[in-house]
Design a protein around this ligand. Structure first.
Ligand code: NAD
Length: 450
């Protein structure tokens, strides 16, 4: 039987959650609906005192939560999932408003991805190792780290924050979630709801401005930072963590390539490849950002992608049949427009889309394909994080790395998710990901007494 809804959960008022209680602030900010430019609801701006109180509550909660059997922790997560799912429609609407993604994708994030992530992780266990020789037994088990700070981006506001909460609390840590100031609402609300299930201090949330991330990162009581965001900010987080030898996981930007072999079914593959570039309006760290097409099929493949791109409906999350929403915020919109300006200035060919982004209500950009720009162009070298992608012909195979075959990039709960080089350090999800929230505890037991 699914649990009944909480009577006083209101999707139009938002609070920080500290030690199990809603908390407001003297100052507020608002997110913006990127489809309309409309200001959304007030979000309290957390202060240093709020951070102090949240860390103190998390440390206190850690004492008993870390000793709670893993099976009980799983029960709590699954109970929370039931409660959360009874609000799936409300969370879908909220996500559509704060982020702009079309309803079909908002619903996928809320009602398909989150349950899958929770259920899969609740099937996992931490490994225990035992090594024995004549002299001794060595036992290794994995124990929680302590208070975790989750610093989150705006492109998947629920999945990429709850994707930190799940492994953290499952392994016995307590966590303070810091959503992006652009998309704070869904995280504030699901953490509020989580108080119905979890003891105070186990899952907390603080919304705020640009000062909050650094406050959380620098706090000596926070034992680990799990950060998802840009490379530039990731480096700042790493610097602070390095000074304190604090653990950190960095999930950063990417510049992923799709390689199209000459024997593909063009009609079937071209739309799939285009969606890999344009899904979530290109605002995905693992979106396809460069498309290398074998020269023997280059022209018909690009044409099939262009035909697909021209028929993609771009619009507000509420509209029927919309595949692409707006770019999420003004900062990102201006950044993406910079790639259009650079491509126009350098005379690159716009196979789909136009060199000048039409301005109007909302941060909408039509899906755009740049046909064969040079290797040193910005659009090849940098991550636009928007619906614009370059294609280039190739004739020799010499690529390697994280690979999806016969599919665009679809991260999943079952597999460790991590970046190499400037795409990050460490990773999360899957059984390997649980260990990112643990310390190894090794016991050496000598058989003969001293
Ligand atoms: P961002 O780096 O601007 O912000 C990420 C978070 O860091 C936000 O919550 C922000 O408030 C906070 N922050 C800002 N300054 C900080 C500081 N000095 N110390 C600590 N925290 C600080 O990134 P974004 O624009 O929100 O997200 C887009 C980027 O994220 C893209 O580059 C994208 O590729 C990357 N991304 C990576 C993954 C992944 O899993 N690898 C997933 C999604 C997005």
């Amino acid at each position: 039987m699914s649990p009944s809804k909480v009577s006083n959960l209101d999707f139009t008022t938002f609070h920080n959650i500290v030690d199990g209680q809603p908390r407001d602030s003297k100052t507020f900010h608002q997110g913006i609906n990127p489809a309309t430019g409309e200001k959304l609801w007030n979000v309290p701006i957390a202060t240093q005192q709020d951070v102090e109180d949240a860390v103190q509550a998390a440390e206190k909660a850690f004492v008993s939560w870390s000793q709670t059997p893993m099976e009980k922790r799983k029960e709590s997560l699954l109970k929370f999932l039931d409660l959360y799912m009874s609000y799936a429609d409300e969370f879908t609407e909220l996500l559509g408003k704060e982020n702009g993604k079309p309803r079909v994708f908002a619903n996928f994030e809320v009602a398909a991805a989150v349950p899958k992530w929770i259920k899969h992780h609740c099937q996992l266990d931490l490994p225990e190792e035992r090594v024995e020789d004549e002299e001794k037994v060595i036992k290794t088990r994995y124990v929680p780290i302590g208070v975790v700070g989750a610093i989150c981006p705006w492109n998947y506001p629920i999945l990429l924050s709850i994707g930190k909460v799940i492994p953290a609390v499952l392994t016995g840590n307590t966590i303070i979630v810091k959503p992006s100031p652009y998309t704070p609402y869904t995280a504030l609300k699901y953490v509020e709801l989580a108080q119905e299930v979890f003891p105070p201090g186990v899952i907390q949330v603080l919304g705020g401005d640009d000062k909050l991330g650094p406050m959380l990162t620098a706090h000596p009581g926070v034992q680990k930072i799990s950060f998802t965001g840009s490379i530039a900010t990731g480096k700042k987080v790493a610097e602070v963590c390095a000074r304190m030898l604090k653990r950190c996981t960095l999930e950063l930007g990417g510049n992923d390539a799709s390689i199209i072999l000459p024997d593909v079914d063009i009609a079937k593959t071209a739309p799939e490849v285009a969606m890999g570039a344009f899904i979530n309006s290109g605002q995905v760290c693992v979106a396809t950002k460069r498309i290398y097409i074998h020269q023997d099929i280059y022209e018909p493949f690009v044409k099939a992608m262009v035909d697909f791109a021209k028929n993609v409906k771009v619009g507000e999350y509420t509209e029927e049949g919309v595949l692409l929403g707006p770019v999420q915020n003004e900062m990102q919109y201006e950044k993406v427009k910079g790639f259009f300006e650079d491509s126009k200035k350098n005379g690159y060919k716009f196979a789909a889309g136009k060199p000048d982004v039409e301005s109007g209500k909302g941060y909408f950009i039509q899906p755009t394909i740049i046909d064969d720009p040079p290797n040193d162009s910005r659009i090849i070298a940098e991550e636009p994080f928007g619906p614009i992608v370059p294609t280039q012909p190739w004739s020799d195979e010499d690529e390697a790395g994280s690979v999806w075959i016969n599919s665009f990039e679809k991260p999943t709960a079952e597999a460790f998710f991590s970046g190499h080089k400037e795409s990050g350090i460490g990773g999360e999800w899957g059984s390997h990901g649980l260990l990112a929230y643990c310390n190894a505890h090794v016991m050496h037991i000598y058989k003969s007494k001293l």
